[in-house]
Design a protein around this ligand. Structure first.
Ligand SMILES: [Zn+2]
Length: 194
């Protein structure tokens, strides 16, 4: 299946389910994003479905509902531009023109504060589960649309820019397949070799 997506001048993908998060700020100097960061997330960890990821990004997660939330997520203010659910449904929380809070402490070949110049895409998943075909399809369509709109020159995993602290998107994310699906040459993938 081939999906066509477009990013508007306002930084929103019209075909995405819009769930505007208050967790964002302006990019420094209004600079356009040049980096895409791929993540995985599931809440509770390893469980799919439900609304907990969106609730977290919308500051409405009930942290009494699960011990993991209580221990790790209370008071956290985070967001990502996009979440791709297990069935391929695309959710958007922050305009791509704004700075979302997904990467944390990070370093891209000497450039810190990767949130300043990146777009965050969360795949609903975990480090020990294969991702679903519809997720790859939506991701490829999304990345094509982002590359068409912004001067993107690199795609990385969260673990590439926060090594030792982050492990996502994990060993099950198939970079080769993704590069093929998105029709992007190897120069877009500075951390992938061979
Ligand atoms: Zn991450």
């Amino acid at each position: 299946m081939s999906i066509g997506l477009t990013v508007g001048a306002d930084g929103w993908v019209s075909a995405a389910r819009a769930l505007p998060s208050p967790n964002f700020e302006a990019r420094p100097d209004g600079a356009a994003p040049t980096l895409i960061v791929i993540h995985n997330i599931s809440l509770p960890p390893g469980e799919f479905g439900g609304s907990a990821i969106a609730d977290l990004f919308l500051n409405r997660l009930d942290c009494d509902a699960h011990p993991y939330y209580d221990a790790h997520l209370r008071g956290l203010r985070v967001s990502s531009h996009f979440v791709i659910r297990r069935d391929g449904v695309l959710e958007q929380f922050v305009s791509c023109n704004e700075r979302a809070w997904h990467a944390g402490l990070s370093n891209f070949f000497g450039r810190e504060r990767c949130n300043d110049f990146s777009i965050g895409v969360e795949l609903e998943g975990s480090d020990d589960t294969a991702f679903e075909v519809p997720q790859y399809e939506t991701l490829a369509a999304l990345v094509k649309a982002l590359v068409a709109r912004y001067p993107i020159d690199a795609l990385v995993g969260h673990s590439d820019i926060a090594p030792g602290r982050k492990t996502d998107p994990g060993p099950h994310f198939d970079w080769q397949r993704f590069a093929q699906d998105a029709a992007l040459p190897a120069r877009y993938f500075p951390y992938r070799h061979g």
